[in-house]
Design a protein around this ligand. Sequence first.
Ligand code: ARG
Length: 484
Amino acid sequence: MSEEEPSSDVVRRERFSGGPARRFLSSLASDERIFRADLQVDRAHVVMLAEQGIVDESEAADILGALDAVEEAGHAELPDGEDVHAAIETAVIERIGDVGGKMHTARSRNDEVATCLRHRLREDILELAETVIGFREVLCSVAEGHTETVMPGYTHLQPAQPTTVAHYLLSYESALARDTERLVAAFDRTNRSPLGGAAFAGTPFDIDRERVAALLGFDEVVENSMDASSARDFLTETTAAAATLATHLSGIAEDLVIFANKGYVDLSDDYSSTSSIMPQKKNPDTLELVRASAGDASAGLNGLLTTLKGLPRAYNRDLQRAHNHAFDAVDAVLEATEVAAGAVATAEWNADLLAEEAADGFSTATGIADLLAMQGLPFRTAHEVVAIAGENGGDFAAVEAAVEDVLGGELGEYVDPTAVEAALDPETSVASRDSLGGPAPESVAAALERVSADIAEAETAVGTRREALDAATDALREEVATYG
Ligand code: ARG
């Protein structure tokens, strides 16, 4: 414990400024994440106050100048404070005197922190969405080269039906497409301004909430002032979207760990690790860590929901410990997405071994049953025939014998034997399953076309939101410059 007397900040002055709980109360260190957001929020608020005649233009100019200097100095140079909001205000007052205290007119740290969190999180959401889209592009480009690479498909970890590497990879692209939609939806509800809600009960000052929202690039305001200061569901839905994404990442990571173990796929050395004792080992450690990031994400979601549950209206200090759950989860999932994308982009699929194993375990059984059912046999009877064939080796002779056994006649009486031969072949089996969304190379080629159009659309959706934020940043900078 430091012997140093903690200095007082502008919010607490001498009251409540010391005491053993001071460090416990302070969020200043972790508030580094919202340092820049807070400066932007301060700037927009001061511009609005000046426009509304609540502060003089010259006062606004002094405050805005001080904010630039505080930004220049950086978060590490802030004076001690209960949080970044108090510390920045203290720093402004230290630079320009008491007039700096006008910055906090017509607002509270309650609406201020809520605004900073949304301002910062929307950047994080866009970065995550961009990274997810990048992974989707990787999945598509690898899939393009493997529409005819037959592989065993599994249920319950048992060979079930042959499919292709492209079809497998695109199944994850589909999941990540929904993750992208969820992130964009979370962005849109995050991108609303609570500023002006004040402590929770609004303000008698003639503020312009819409103007502040526009200056900060928010699409609209969170109207009800009590909701504005209290709401944190933008954190939960973003974290839920990240946690859902993480479950998908953990699934593909697990598959690749298994596939690498079977020799179906060779992971690049860049995404593998060695054992410190066993020289022959090449371990899929990075993918195991991707798999584990689902733990970080769900911990974040759980921490957040537990912290928020049962909080009374309107502001309670518990909220200070809510948002880091979201930021930590988003960070972990962002990194995991980048690594998973890199691992998939650099992995080599072993087509020969995959083709060989695709026929294993009588994986074409369903195709044989389908073939018999197509001749008019009830599917359940066909299923029985093929199950018996499977028990007896699952080859052509076994099918012949099972037909005779169950149906009483020769195979040729029920179905063209060459069609049976063909259906036993994994490649033909895959090619026959050309229903919408199926693994047949032509179905997957059609899917790939739709998917690239969807990816382009998602890029536009994220890109326009990114541009709107950048435009708001530029516009605010220009607005501030007019006070020079
Ligand atoms: N650091 C606080 C937080 O993150 C800011 C709000 C403090 N408000 C208060 N009434 N104590 O929530």
